[in-house]
Ligand binder design. Sequence first.
Ligand SMILES: C[S@@+](CC[C@H](N)C(=O)[O-])C[C@H]1O[C@@H](n2cnc3c(N)ncnc32)[C@H](O)[C@@H]1O
Length: 422
Amino acid sequence: MTIQNQPEVQDQYEAYPYPSRDPRDEKKRLITGSPSNLAELNHYLFSGNRDFSQPFRALVAGGGTGDATIMLAQQLADASPDGKGHEGQVTYLDLSSASRKIAEARAKERGLTNITFMNGSLLDLPGFGLEAFDYIDCCGVLHHLNEPKDGLKALTSVLKEEGGMGLMVYGKYGREGVYEMQSLLRDLGKNCTTLSEQITLTRRLLEKIPASNSFHRNPFVIDHKASDAELVDLLLHSCDRAYTVPEVIELVSSASLNIASFIEPIRYQLETYLKDPKLQQSSVGLSRMEKAAVAEKLASNMKLHMFYVTRKKNTIADLSTTDRSKMETLIPIFRDMSAQQLSNNLKKTTTLKSNLDGVPLNLPLPRLASAIALRCDGRKNLSNIYAELRELDQRLEWSIFAQQFEIFFKTFNNLNHLFLRR
Ligand SMILES: C[S@@+](CC[C@H](N)C(=O)[O-])C[C@H]1O[C@@H](n2cnc3c(N)ncnc32)[C@H](O)[C@@H]1O
């Protein structure tokens, strides 16, 4: 098995499995997030058409201590007819046997039986003889390879033609100060013989760090505060690099893939940060991705880039149809949000206030927001929702409802809370 000349990366994750997790916590909670939420990946990669009670094969490449593996396997088990996920299978792959042990123990705690655990390098995937996958999750891994493009090509080699991936790599501007700090720690840590000595030195230094230090002044990077594993991952890594939006696009294109969407979409839209009409005017003519690149520079707070990629183009479920019969069959589905709770919260407000790592948001809500939210239970389609609202107001025309739903959908989808399925 090739480990591609990165034994120090493997050694790090053997000694400090990432992220730090206690399998007993599975009794108390399920860790959820992006990418790899089923409703979310269905929306972005399969136009909302995927039925997860049917066969589905997922790979988590560089699965670490198991967050994405456990989340995917649990969701697929819940969606499968036998409640165990025999239709929905997850393959876990990681270099680190210590990380795999923790991921396996977490699966055992949950009684999940739909996961195959493997140790090895994702670079060797083309030679493993595995059946191709519908979906691949690879988060926080490619940027630790000597040649990230080779890694993405290896992943693509085991992706089905119609499949897609959820990826995450570090973002350059939001990690300001991190690389200076890594370099500083290499200088100061020359006499340390073990990672554990380097950790002690780093903690000591962080207590005495000058207020002017660029890492100290960066409020977005706080991962190192969680535990030794997180500190090592952020500040003592032997191999990591960060990407700008154009560099992400170049990486993705090198494997002949397309970006379906960045997550959360609102972060990558110029209008989020540019409200001045004159300034907005200067962005006329820029493509969606060029605008995303400017948005990244303007916000300067993206410490990572999360995005869905596919071979095919136009894989997103969207509302861009004026055809009523097509629109009626769409089913809106919230991620990690109670429709009832949200509906109550929206009763007394006309805008939605939120905050994107220091950027305040004030997003428009339609008049019917609360009534629509209450009915987005993941089962009712737009035809059902319209029929219920018409019972309350006989004068409500489809065109008005469609207009109101569009505003509602745009606001919540841009924040990555609301998706569509069929
Ligand atoms: C920062 S952790 C991310 C873990 C997990 N994906 C997550 O987001 O929680 C990176 C993981 O990638 C694994 N890794 C690094 N290079 C790899 C490779 N070539 N093949 C497979 N796994 C690799 C490491 O062992 C480590 O567990």
